[in-house]
Design a binder for this molecule. Sequence first.
Ligand code: GAL
Length: 719
Amino acid sequence: MIEIIRLNQDWLFCPKNLRNGQHTSCNEKLFTRVTLPHMNPLLPWHDFDEKTYQSVSWYRRWFRPSPRWKGNRVRLAFDGVMIAAQVWINNQYIGEHKGGYTPFTFDITDHLAWNKNNLIAVCVDSRERPDIPPCGGLIDYLLFAGIYRDVRLEILPSVYIADVFAKPRLNNLETDILITNTTADTVCTSVSIRLGGNAVRENVEVAAHSSRTVSLNLDHLDVKPWSLDAPQLYTLQTALRSCDKVSTRIGFREARFEKDGRFYLNGTPVKLIGLDRHQTFPYVGGAMPDRVQARDADILKYELGLNIVRTSHYPQSPAFLNRCDEIGLLVFEELPGWQHIGDEAWKEISKQELREMILRDRNHPSIVLWGVRINESRDDHDFYTETNRIAHELDPTRQTGGVRYFQESEFLEDVFTFNDFSNDVQIPKNRPHLITEFNGHMFPTKSFDQEERLIEHALRHARIQNKQMGMDEVAGAIGWCAFDYNTHAEFGSGDRICYHGVMDIFRFPKFAAHFYKSQRNPKYGYVLEPASHLKIGERSGGGFDPLYVFSNCETVEIWVDNKCYGSYEPDRENFPHLPHPPFRCSGFATWGHRCADIEFRGKVNGKVVIKKLIAGDGVSQKLYLAADDYVLNADGSDCTRVVFGLTDPFGNFLPYATGSVFFSLIGPAEIIGENPFALVAGRGAVWMKAGTRPGEAILRAEKKGLPPKEIKVRIRKKD
Ligand code: GAL
């Protein structure tokens, strides 16, 4: 690749279906200037009609080809357009792509006009078209709309490296390099790979207007393995003699689900503990930039202590997967779909999406399994024989799974991936067995539910994870799900949300999130979270006994007025298999006690390593305001979450605090979200989106009756 030109800024967008949207002469007065990732219209976080964005719209982008590109190939690359895109360059139709979750490119070299402005016009069909997977039946999530991922121009030499598939094992590397010759002559060149000080080269002849694959290997490499705790990554350099080079990030690891039921990473069994993730966010659906998509991986690994995520039910953003590679979070990635299988033409698109997913993602060390069945669909012998064949052909290094919810279904894959909603763990039938969903709709729980429900929600996750951890014949369990998500009218609570997450849609924890976090290795930090608001009259009958505390400490103490009311051990009797069983504390609080502050102390080796104070007085004392990031790139799309809420004096959100927070913003940024924002469980979030000018953005939050708060975010020029 000679050059990559990011093409996210300066798009023109028209929410209507125009008859001449592709024409250079089209009246652009109907268009507004937008930056990608883009979705229209912005939505409330819940309580909206999903029909509002299901329409046909137009995007246009003018650009001037650089004289530098002459003699090279120019490719237009889209990372994701929901759900179908037709593309024109300078009035000429160049093609269509169906499927909103996978990338596509067009070679536009022969359509370019030099020394003048060129026009890319894209007609985007965001209706839920029954001919395109996952559509055709009901779906329990929203697809949203628009050009919601990045767009680039890629400048390539006329003979170029079209693809590098790296197959790293523990100390050797096999590669398949696809070389494309777009010229009218046979080309003799040499191709080489280099990893640190190791290199190998081979001469190769590529016939005119054709492609061929060359396999090169490196053996006896002195490399560190990619593991969960030390996810070592390497950069493989592939070069064609003096004309093209490509860098590929790889990791050396061996990942296998074995017949004994266990999952092995680099030869060592690893019990998998995970959650399913949808890639969508409030207000914009999937149209969040890399920083925000990547941050979800950090939440899953560090705030929830997980070692695996399932990208339910489609290929997710490249930024998210890159981050999983960097931090050591395993991924089960699956093709788009939800229960429905369409006709033969539909299946062809589905197979194409599968190919596009694997070709895009097969160099990610974090991905350990391909999902090759439509989630929870009926058996279809021919279709699934073929999807398994495609996956094995494109990637012989990885196993396949296919998510189903009945044990009797035909087993064509390598791993039996099973949605187990029995509220228990069904006994596997002598084959690699991974639980890919549990809980979910069996116990929807809102962050503002009464605490007894929040506690039971957390314990249901704890019980299943405990049980599966005691069963060697189960590789692991991935629960439904990480975050609440927007969904269709036919699902969820009627306000377009499925409240199935252990975190809410803004990524705030419910008690179940505290349970997961408490399972994390203390080297990532101690955890000490009572699963109670500790208010005497909240539960039926009063009091808050028993009190569950989620912690990875050895002992938990409860102190009131400098007096220790009890010292507690983890509940090993009921949760013998968890690394850190919940603490079940009882016998210290009854109806009528003075509302004293309560202090929790977590101890390891007899020393206090973490404390948590909860105010007895449940009335709001402070307005809290913080951003996830305080420096953003001035690229017009970079974003960070801004969280706020009402807290007690010790910084704990008050779950029944309501009212509205009002925002004002000065500087080169905008707010994505509701303003004013009516608090949800005492808290909320909007996103701050950078403009294209550098400077300082000051966000001020006000809530009647409390002193206002301000934060400053630096918007910096992008390097
Ligand atoms: C499953 C489905 C998920 C979600 C979940 C809710 O059947 O695969 O997408 O709908 O139920 O519990």
